[in-house]
Design a protein around this ligand. Structure first.
Ligand SMILES: Cc1cc2nc3c(=O)[nH]c(=O)nc-3n(C[C@H](O)[C@H](O)[C@H](O)COP(=O)(O)OP(=O)(O)OC[C@H]3O[C@@H](n4cnc5c(N)ncnc54)[C@H](O)[C@@H]3O)c2cc1C
Length: 447
């Protein structure tokens, strides 16, 4: 078993790997963590933005906790090179860290639309804690925020912006919002809902330039956005939620196989056998299609981290693959999609209750549900329950033969199929490590 583990990246995947190594190993090994930032959870940043939580609550491990776990931490340091022949990682201050095996868990970074002015003052991304601090300092009550991009990340911070008392306009280059999360009928319902709640939306809006505008807003110079067609937009703050890219540039020339992400096998090993990858940077198996996919979401980072940690600790744990899960709540409307929700080859059946509004779309491959879209008011008990049931049905891949006809006729009536197919008991005993999850030490929270 490897005695010296190197973890590069202290986000969700990296921290889960460290905890799992300590849980699973038979003899205490050396762990070195190299992380450009202090360990924290990006997923909770929207709650920090609207002050539901203090900044101290975003961190996932203190220096004391890392010391307790026996981790040698290089926090604030960046890995710049991995020599897979000599098993040495070089840091940005020239430090060399030797390892027996390594995990690459360097996550992703926000990418801005390539237009003049995108890097100017008053234009922000919202991906890291530093970027969140910048947005917090910029948004003032009654200020006007323009969000460029109407994808998942934009929607995770939408409630927080409104909660701060700001006015919000969303501009999107595609003909509709959430183009990579829901289909056109679903997007139309969400769009109508948001407009009713005071959010302005402009689709088919090709941004061409951002410049300073005359006058000052509550926290700085006003900005003006210009478009290929249509009127300009003036505002106080611009947030670019225009996509992300994997943090893999530092591995160029390392010899590690990279396609959309680091290509990994079922043990999450890269083409270099003592180098693993996990989370946003890993191109692992998609649970539904079996194909390689990058799922830049929290559950995948967590599961990948657990599986890599167990393998690094000497266990032989294969991973079935990760389920694509998108869940957001905007102005008390739940919106979710699972698995292959846009598979053109699947047999699809949809149900719509425009007045609530509520929408379900079920996608079938044979008698299995392989994808689903669901949206409805959070206050509606059927929405809340159905989100969980749909995820379970897609994740378990359970055969729904005798319920298929009735579900296709009424996609709102999931409960009988969910209960009769014993989906809960199929999923409950199953953990990614093949045993009940347990927390390190006395921590009451299972990870
Ligand atoms: C605002 C926001 C909301 C989100 N909401 C959700 C949600 O609701 N549901 C969901 O499923 N997902 C959500 N996500 C996505 C989720 O947070 C990510 O998928 C998850 O953080 C990925 O974990 P990771 O460990 O792969 O990478 P990260 O958490 O990004 O961690 C990567 C770490 O590597 C470090 N690093 C990078 N390069 C280097 C280097 N060269 N050397 C050393 N260290 C380096 C970084 O500083 C960072 O600490 C959200 C993300 C954001 C930003």
């Amino acid at each position: 078993m490897a005695a010296r583990h190197l973890i590069v990246g202290g986000g969700t995947a990296g921290m889960n790997a460290i905890r799992t190594i300590r849980e699973e190993e038979s003899a205490r090994s050396e762990i070195a963590l190299v992380s450009a930032e202090r360990p924290y959870s990006r997923m909770v940043l929207p709650y920090y933005l609207d002050r539901s939580i203090a900044e101290s609550h975003v961190f996932t491990a203190t220096a004391a906790a890392l010391a307790d776990w026996g981790v040698k931490a290089y926090v604030g340091r960046r890995a710049v090179e991995l020599n897979v022949k000599t098993n040495v990682c070089t840091l940005d201050d020239g430090t060399k860290v030797e390892y027996d095996d390594a995990l690459i868990a360097t996550g992703s970074s926000a990418v801005r639309a390539p237009v003049p002015g995108a890097d100017g003052r008053g234009v922000h991304s919202f991906w890291t804690l530093d970027e969140a601090r910048g947005v917090i300092a910029a948004i003032a009550p009654r200020g006007h925020v323009v969000m460029v991009g109407a994808g998942f990340i934009a929607f995770t911070i939408l409630n927080s912006i409104l909660a701060l008392g700001a006015r919000l306009t969303i501009v999107e280059i595609a003909p509709r919002i959430l183009p990579r999360m829901v289909d056109a009928p679903g997007a139309e319902l969400v769009e109508g809902w948001l407009r009713k709640h005071g959010v302005a939306i402009r689709t088919n809006a090709k941004l061409t330039r951002i410049e300073d505008a005359p006058g000052r807003g509550p926290t700085g110079p006003r900005k003006r956005l210009r478009f290929a067609s249509g009127p300009d937009l003036a505002c106080d703050v611009v947030i670019m939620a225009t996509g992300i890219k994997t943090n893999l540039d530092w591995l160029k020339g390392s010899g590690i196989g990279i396609d959309k992400g680091i290509v990994v096998d079922e043990h999450l090993r890269s083409s270099v056998l003592n180098v693993y990858a996990a989370g946003d940077v890993a191109e692992g198996r998609d649970l539904v299609s079996g194909e390689g996919a990058v799922h830049a979401i929290e559950p995948t980072a967590q599961e990948h981290g657990r599986v890599v940690g167990a393998n690094m600790a000497g266990r032989d744990v294969a991973y079935r693959g990760s389920l694509l899960i998108n869940i957001v709540e905007v102005c008390h409307l739940d919106v979710a999609s699972f698995g292959a929700w846009d598979d053109p080859k699947a047999e699809a059946a949809a149900g719509l209750k425009a007045d609530r509004p509520a929408y379900r779309k079920l996608l079938w491959t044979g008698d299995r549900l392989t994808g689903a879209i669901i949206l409805g008011p959070s206050s509606d008990i059927w929405t809340t329950n159905d989100v969980g049931m749909l995820k379970g049905l897609v994740q378990s891949g359970v055969s729904l033969g005798r319920f298929k006809t009735s579900l296709k006729a009424n996609p709102f009536n999931l409960k009988p199929a969910f209960i009769a197919s014993k989906t809960t008991s199929l999923l409950l005993p199953e953990t990614v490590l093949g045993r009940p999850s347990k927390a390190p030490g006395d921590t009451p929270v299972a990870v």
